[in-house]
Design a binder for this molecule. Structure first.
Ligand SMILES: [Zn+2]
Ligand SMILES: [Zn+2]
Length: 241
């Protein structure tokens, strides 16, 4: 261990003394340099191979939803056991959740030898960002980018304030509504680049698809989506947070 890498330079070591480090899933106290307890990491509802590689859903929506992103990686099913952790990720302590899933997503992308030029995330509206203090999708994006050693830009896209609760809409209504919510910021050129787009959860795919469409309209060569949790839009529509 080099002097600079010594634990006394790691802020997590010192934070742990005041705020004991907790598992991202069950909230049990864990060692300061872990992200989850061993039992949760083992028991999570990891996604098997039975999803469409492109849209990322168990029942393919590539055609029916006019999917324009090129691939979607996800790590776990959005089931009972993980629901509280996903909700907490939006409202409190994002660090361990983001590191845990950032590492898992980066592993999948590296294993497939995908070349990613830029990592970005699904934006929150200014209003939501002010309420929560952070955007969980960009926390996940930042950590995934760290593992991939790729630049991360949190403000490539922006989102208008929205008054409508999207989970009250049907899949079709939602897709239509979401289309107009996202804009390209123009801060960095995406022309000819391969973009990794991160979010905490995929439901109908319409949010990721709307963001991917904006990136492609602005010249992105490919858009790969990376999400922590994945829910089947037919079975779990009423369970969405
Ligand atoms: Zn745990
Ligand atoms: Zn598909």
């Amino acid at each position: 261990m080099g002097f600079r890498n010594c634990f006394i330079f790691d802020k997590r070591f010192w934070l742990d003394i005041i705020f004991p480090n907790r598992c991202a899933f069950c909230k049990e106290i864990i060692p300061w340099d872990d992200y989850s307890c061993e039992s949760c990491a083992e028991k999570l509802p990891y996604i098997d191979k039975e999803i469409c590689e492109r849209c990322g859903k168990r029942i393919c929506i590539c055609e029916s939803a006019g999917i324009c992103y090129d691939r979607c990686y996800s790590v776990v099913w959005y089931e009972e056991s993980i629901r509280n952790a996903v909700v907490r990720f939006k409202t409190e302590s994002p660090e361990n959740f983001a590191v845990f899933f950032g590492e898992k997503l980066a592993e999948k992308i590296l294993k497939d030898n995908l070349n990613i030029d830029i990592v970005t995330s699904v934006p929150s509206s200014i209003k939501v960002l002010r309420q929560r203090g952070y955007n969980q999708a960009s926390e996940l994006g930042r950590k995934t980018a760290e593992y991939l050693k790729t630049p991360f830009y949190h403000n490539l896209l922006s989102k208008k304030n929205s008054a409508v609760k999207q989970h009250d809409l049907s899949m079709k209504e939602r897709a239509e509504y979401v289309k107009g919510l996202y804009n390209f910021s123009g801060n960095v050129s995406v022309k000819g680049k391969s973009i990794l787009l991160c979010d905490d959860i995929i439901t109908t795919g319409s949010t990721l698809n709307a963001c991917a469409a904006v990136l492609k309209e602005n010249g992105a060569r490919s858009v790969i989506c990376a999400v922590a949790a994945n829910t089947d839009y037919i079975n779990n529509k009423n369970d969405l947070q």
